[in-house]
Design a protein around this ligand. Structure first.
Ligand code: SF4
Length: 206
């Protein structure tokens, strides 16, 4: 598995934030072993308000093997920001929130720009194209050709996948501020895709 790594700076109104991107290039089927849809659907059902309220979330999201089955290659994108850069924010919980917003917005914007006929992406969270997902109003998705799913929604054990591939444990906010926070997304394609393009597009956002 090839892995690319780069440090990038995000210029925000409050500070310049440095973050890392790691990209692993794999066959889509190499990730099948991390799929445990029943377990992750049950976790979503018991713990998340979005269950059954977003078209991109369980129980509506497809399993990873169904979604990725029509593509051959996957480029797993791990973005990571150290939390000690957010000392201008008082509360630890808000530091994590700010870091995740920076990472999510950048990687999602980047991957969305790269969509083409045989290339699609896996978002770093649920689909946020509409302010409120139409699912909440029992209406059909208004952008079915642009909506996205996350790895988690498709039943992937993201903790295990990221630890195995990059050797980096995902850290969660419990009672104290973790050293870093991560957002995981991906790009799928039928043919080989130049992973450097993801990094170049990400850099062009700042
Ligand atoms: S495009 Fe809109 S309606 Fe469709 S899944 Fe995304 S948020 Fe929901």
């Amino acid at each position: 598995m090839n892995i690319l790594q780069e440090s990038i700076q995000a210029a925000t109104p409050q500070a310049k934030i440095e973050y890392q991107i790691f990209i692993a290039d794999a066959g889509t089927e190499e990730i099948f072993k991390y799929e445990d849809r029943e377990r992750f659907n049950a976790l979503c059902r018991n713990r998340c308000d979005n269950f059954g309220r977003k078209w991109s979330c369980p129980p509506y999201a497809p399993a990873y093997h169904e979604f990725a089955g029509e593509y051959n290659r996957i480029y797993i994108c791990l973005t990571l920001a150290k939390t000690d850069q957010f000392n201008y924010i008082k509360h630890d919980y808000l530091k994590i929130k700010a870091a995740n917003t920076i990472l999510k917005s950048r990687i999602d914007k980047t991957l969305r720009k790269l969509i083409e006929k045989d290339v699609y992406y896996i978002s770093g969270g649920s689909c946020r194209l509409c302010k409120s997902c139409k699912c909440k109003f029992q209406e059909s998705c208004i952008h079915p050709e642009l909506m996205t799913y996350s790895f988690e929604a498709m039943g992937i054990n993201v903790d295990d996948m990221i630890r195995d591939i990059f050797g980096i444990p995902l850290l969660w906010y419990k009672e104290s501020l973790p050293k870093y926070t991560c957002v995981v997304a991906g790009l799928v394609s039928k043919d080989k895709f130049e992973a450097e393009t993801i990094i170049e597009t990400l850099k062009s956002l700042n």
